[in-house]
Structures are given as structure tokens and as C-alpha cells.
Design a protein around this ligand. Sequence first.
Ligand code: PXG
Length: 290
Amino acid sequence: MKIYIDGAFYAEADAKISVFDHGLLYGDGVFEGIRFYNGRVFKLEEHLDRLWDSGRAIALTMPLSKEKMTEALLETIRQNELRDGYVRLLVTRGIGNLGLSPDRCKRASVIIIAANIALYPEELYRNGLDVVTCATRRVSPAALSPAIKSLNYLNNILAKIEANQAGAGEGLMLNEQGHVAECTGDNIFVLKRGHLITPPISAGGLRGITREVVFQIAGEFGIKVTEPEMTRYDIYTADECFLTGTAAEIIPVVKLDQRPIGDGKPGPVTARFIARFRELTQATGTPIYP
Ligand code: PXG
């Protein structure tokens, strides 16, 4: 595997960063998880736009232009001779001292890792996921906006530990008011009486790029989507439910807190969204090998 760090490629064993990097010392940095399919990067511009927004929100100056970042990312995939996989793109605050002020960090560092993704097992797409509600609340937007895709994922990790301990596939996270925010690494949708609902971003979720694709597909299908404040009741009483994320793509949910959703099997509308999503990932995106 060849890993990009600040303009050069390194073998896995040599791909190292300083222990004084504030990405490590404080989780001070931003990132994106991006997929490529069939020789094309899916929704690359959208991911870079979000990365830039995350950077601006934490007052981090990007060390590369979007054009240079695009070229670095495509070249990393080419160096690894991959056509299908996952890219982790990180921008850390860079090397500083042991104080938490970023003033001493002269230059942000860019790390790009391209790999074959460990996909969720295919049977989960056929059988659906069990989800449990986590006691850990999504961090308040008044403290740290959950719209920032930062290297600080402890809030999500603590919730993920709860989901793992419960033997569930994902954990549902509520905000401080008890409204549904999102799952630990995915957005959530439910279908009720033919309409889709998903929590508004203001409830404390990430503006997921897969979520945006679901809005687009819903438009094609003529299915109405709204973003009301949601509670667990809306999920318990739904006809269908699914999660969206770059890693998970679109994955059916069949249980929340041991209550079967709908008939307890992945729903037919969910299946149509999964099929259309797969068409889009196979046929659209930025070509890697011109
Ligand atoms: N919410 C959160 C908190 C996320 O981290 C999503 C929603 C979905 O967004 P996209 O843009 O991917 O549709 C994410 C992103 C993993 C993993 O390994 C998942 C994400 C990030 C990092 C790792 O499962 N999901």
C-alpha cells in the first residue's frame, strides 16, 4: 500500500506523522471518507466542498487548492492500482508544541489512504440491521457542531461502544432534547405511509452525502421527503427504515430497541433505493484513469 503524506508517497510501514501533530494530540483536524467504484470517485466535489467547510469552521487553512487536492487523491488511488475502494482523506492542524493553541502549527498536513474497503457483509443488506438507542447523546451544536467532520470522534465512538456491547449493528443517537439526530456513522431515514422522513441537520447530524443522494433518488421516484423533528416513536411506528453513509451505502434497519420495524424485514421501497444507489455508484463520478 502506498500512502500520501504532504506531497510524497510512503510504504505502509514508513507512513508516519509527528507525535507533535495536533491531529494526534488534540483531535485537531478534519477528514472525509470517500468511495470509488468501477474506476470513478463517487461525489468527489461534494466531499471536497464539505472538507473545505469543515476546515473553515475550525479556522484551518487548507495547504492545497481543491484542484491540487483532487489530483493528489486521484494519484493516490492510481499508485495503488485500485478501481473499487475507500479513500480516507485527513487534514490535520500539523506539527505544533504541547500547548493546545494552534498558533505554533505552521502548516496543516494532508494524509490520503486508499484501500480496499472491508464492506459490510452482503447478508446485512438482505436481512437488515438491529439498532439500539445509545445513552450517549450527540454532542450539542452549542459546544461543537456535529456538521463538522472533525478528527474528534469520541462522542460517536462512545456511542458505538454501547451499540457493540448490546450486540447491535448500529447505535441511534439522540440530541440533548431527546430528538433523533443520527446513528454513530450514518444518517437515518424512515418510510411511513409512502413518505420519507429524516431528521433535520439542525437536530445534530452530519450533512451526509449519501443522505443527499437519497433526496435525489426520492425526487426521481416521486417520493416526498420531509425533515421534521423526530423521536424514537417515529422509528418504532415506521413501515421501513434505512441508514445512509459512505461506508454503509444504504442499509435496511429491521429493529430498533428490540421492536421490529414494519414486518421486521427489509422493506420494498428500501430495496428500490439500494438498487438505484448501486446504479449511480457504478455509472457516475470522477474518472480515476483518464
Ligand atoms: N453521520 C456521521 C457522524 C458520519 O461520520 C455519516 C453520518 C454519513 O455521511 P456520508 O457523507 O458518508 O453519507 C457519517 C460518515 C465508518 C465511517 O467506517 C463512517 C463515516 C465516517 C467515518 C468512518 O463506518 N460516516
